[in-house]
Design a protein around this ligand. Structure first.
Ligand code: NAI
Length: 385
């Protein structure tokens, strides 16, 4: 059976998801309130497919076929026959709820209603619907065409049938799926927070500059980009907002506290690459050189990786995902060279716990409190794997 997939909101994410679905033999109906965005999405998909033809990944006939699977609709009523609708509109709860209520009145009882939200709870979106069982989170990563990971997030009210069907559809599109609990940041955006937060803290204390911290994480941790390069790439506006939202949703837990350094960059419009300046100045050709002190690199790496592992251990304790899913998500969603729990086994869980205990004692700051899961593992002499 050919599935009919509706996409609401055809910005960066909606267009990417549409291309994925259409490339996997689904009929795709695009809807956006802004007609220019609808046109842009089609143009974007067209040029993305042309690049795949140039690279020999698909042929011209396949490109034509994929494009013919996609149609644009200014009128949301046209989406009434969809099997699944994925919403990727502006990150605003009341606007999303309104769209879900409208959709509910249009589609059949079997149609799955999914949100690609990064920071809102699926429960809060589902709350607007009469049939909450059919509402689920399906969270792609940017760019959706290239990033293999998709987090599937059932709300408390989502039925097992809707979860199973969603999983099977997304898997049939060749994506790697993980199941995440409906909690702030789901898996990836939660576990990755210390990569930014601890790097900024190290800089604020004057321990090292941006270039040295980036260099340490790339050389010792095998990260593709250092934290400051990555924040400038993502955009300090986007990254700051995610950090602030996650912190608020965790009831202001010190572990997720944003930094004034990033807030000031955000306020000053120093967003990173897209504005020409962020942590780095992209108008000058010579980038600052890192300090070559290997002992300093090791201190930086240990501190940041200990904080990342602490977050993964805490997520395991709180059953945000299985051990395998927590690790897979970081490899397939943000290109970590290995999962954080596996990394903990390799580095030694006791080494990580000692580092956190020392930081906690030294700074007296609750952000460093070690997860009970790490203490348990050390006490029982177990590895994660
Ligand atoms: P975007 O700003 O590029 O696109 C949003 C689109 O939604 C725009 O074309 C806008 O015209 C349209 N829109 C707004 N209100 C609408 C409505 N009521 N009905 C129909 N269309 C409407 O946003 P982006 O970045 O694609 O994000 C969309 C969603 O995906 C958000 O929930 C975001 O949190 C989530 N997300 C974003 C990621 C990213 O890296 N940009 C990654 C993963 C999820």
């Amino acid at each position: 059976m050919t599935l009919t997939i509706g996409i609401i909101g055809t910005g960066a994410m909606g267009a990417g998801i549409a291309q994925v679905a259409a490339s996997n033999h689904c009929k795709v109906l695009l809807h956006d309130t802004n007609i220019t965005m609808l046109q842009k999405a089609i143009e974007g998909i067209n040029s993305s497919l042309s690049k795949l033809v140039e690279k020999g990944k698909i042929d011209a006939n396949e490109k034509t076929q994929i494009l013919s699977n996609i149609t644009s609709h200014q009128n949301i009523d046209d989406l009434s026959d969809c099997n699944m609708i994925i919403e990727a509109i502006v990150e605003d709860l009341s606007v999303k709820q309104k769209v879900f209520t409208t959709l509910e009145s249009l589609v059949s009882a079997e149609c799955i209603l999914a949100s690609n939200t990064s920071s809102l709870s699926i429960a809060s979106i589902a709350a607007a619907c009469k049939n909450k069982e059919r509402v689920i989170g399906i969270h792609f990563f940017n760019p959706a065409v290239l990033m293999p990971l998709v987090e599937i997030i059932p709300a408390l009210t989502t039925s097992q049938k809707v979860f199973d069907e969603s999983l099977s559809i997304i898997k049939s599109w060749g994506k790697v799926t993980v199941k995440a609990k409906d909690t702030p940041g789901f898996i990836v955006n939660r576990l990755a927070r210390p990569y930014y937060g601890e790097a900024i803290k190290i800089y604020e204390e004057g321990m090292a500059d941006f270039a040295t911290i980036d260099h340490a994480m790339k050389t010792l941790g095998g990260f593709k980009m250092g934290p400051f390069e990555l924040m400038d790439f993502i955009g300090n506006d986007v990254n700051y907002r995610v950090t602030e939202t996650v912190w608020q949703q965790f009831f202001y837990d010190a572990r997720y506290r944003p930094s004034l350094t990033q807030k000031r960059l955000f306020e000053a419009g120093l967003f990173g690459r897209k504005s020409g300046k962020g942590y780095y100045d992209y108008s000058i050709s010579e980038m600052p050189q890192p300090n070559e002190d290997i002992a300093l690199h090791q201190k930086i790496f240990l501190r940041i990786i200990a904080m990342l592992i602490n977050e993964a251990a805490e997520a395991l304790l709180l059953q945000i995902g299985t051990r395998e899913d927590l690790d897979l998500a970081m490899v397939k969603g943000v290109n970590y060279k290995q999962g954080l729990l596996k990394w903990a086994d390799e580095l030694g869980i006791e080494t990580i716990l000692n580092e956190l205990n020392q930081l906690h004692q030294w700074f007296g700051d609750d952000r460093y409190r070690p997860s009970t899961m790490l203490k348990l593992k050390v006490k029982e002499g177990n590895l994660f794997y």
